[in-house]
Write a protein of this length. Structure first.
Length: 296
């Protein structure tokens, strides 16, 4: 029986490993992961029930200097997510320097007076003695409750981190049902899986100007799921690149996405995709709302 709960936000700059950590903590892929900046655009909630404690993790977009309305929205999500929680993780790479992005996040964390844990990720990429300089650097920047070195990808340090975070749990009823892993609707997860494959397969700026809308999501009597998705890009030239020569790129994205969607849904999936142009959608308040990038 759950008797205690803790709400914990995971923050940090782009590509530091926040979504990898979220997936590792809950043991399921609930957030897409690529090596491209701004992979996570929205707040993602994931739930871990451990003994008598329910821990609710909030994954946030990587903090960056916004250049579009979408960027403004993402920064707003981060700022709101480091307030009114039981603890905040600031996730950093093992570099002995507090960057501009980390400084701003520390400022927000301190301003909210929320307990904070520094998580140094990717420790498998440096020697242990090199971590001391990183720890000293960040101790000088903020009074952390704890500093935990980890490798989110390899699982090193996650048991210790979970123990630390469980210490923030407060007595009270559980917030989510026992069988709930994330608050994301299935349609949203499917759209994000497709966007992940676009990020992985496409180069340069094109993936950041894509959005995915699920226009059909239905289950047959046999259990097979039919999915129709529209991929939006900002330029006509980008449409051609997403489709590829004789449709090769779109087929590759669709095949990779279908396999992941089938793993997630646990059944066979038929996926159809189309590509359309919506110029400058990232700067359109209407389009941002249409694609679900709104805090309202």
């Amino acid at each position: 029986m759950i008797t205690k709960t803790a709400m914990v936000t995971i923050s940090g700059r782009p590509n530091v490993g926040k979504s990898t950590l979220l997936n590792a903590l809950v043991g399921e892929k609930v957030a897409i992961v690529t090596n491209k900046p701004q992979t996570t655009r929205n707040r993602i909630l994931a739930v871990l029930n451990r003994d008598e404690t329910q821990m609710v993790f909030i994954d946030t977009p990587g903090y960056h200097l916004p250049r579009t309305r979408l960027g403004d929205y993402m920064v707003k999500v981060i700022r709101e997510s480091v307030a009114d929680v039981d603890a905040v993780i600031l996730m950093v790479e093992p570099i002995p320097n507090v960057g501009v992005q980390e400084s701003r996040l520390i400022e927000w964390i301190a301003g909210n007076g929320v307990p904070a844990v520094l998580v140094i990720n990717k420790i498998d990429t440096v020697k242990k003695e090199e971590l001391l300089a990183v720890i000293d650097c960040y101790w000088a920047a903020h009074a952390w409750d704890a500093i935990v070195p980890i490798s989110a990808q390899k699982g090193d340090g996650l048991a210790q981190l979970t123990e630390v975070l469980a210490g923030y749990a407060l007595e009270g009823p559980q917030l989510f049902p026992d069988d709930m892993i994330t608050d994301q609707p299935e349609r949203q997860i499917v759209a994000e899986i497709i966007r992940e494959k676009l990020l992985l397969c496409l180069q340069k700026e094109i993936p950041h100007g894509t959005a995915v809308e699920i226009t059909k999501f239905s289950e047959r009597d046999s259990g097979i799921i039919d999915v129709e998705a529209t991929i939006y890009v900002e330029k006509q030239s980008h449409k051609g690149m997403v489709i590829g020569k004789e449709g090769a790129m779109l087929r590759q994205v669709g095949e990779l996405a279908r396999k992941d969607i089938e793993r997630f849904m646990g059944t066979k999936v038929y996926l159809e995709t189309w590509v359309k142009v919506k110029e400058r959608w990232r700067d359109s308040a209407y389009q941002l709302r249409n694609f679900g990038y709104t805090s309202e």
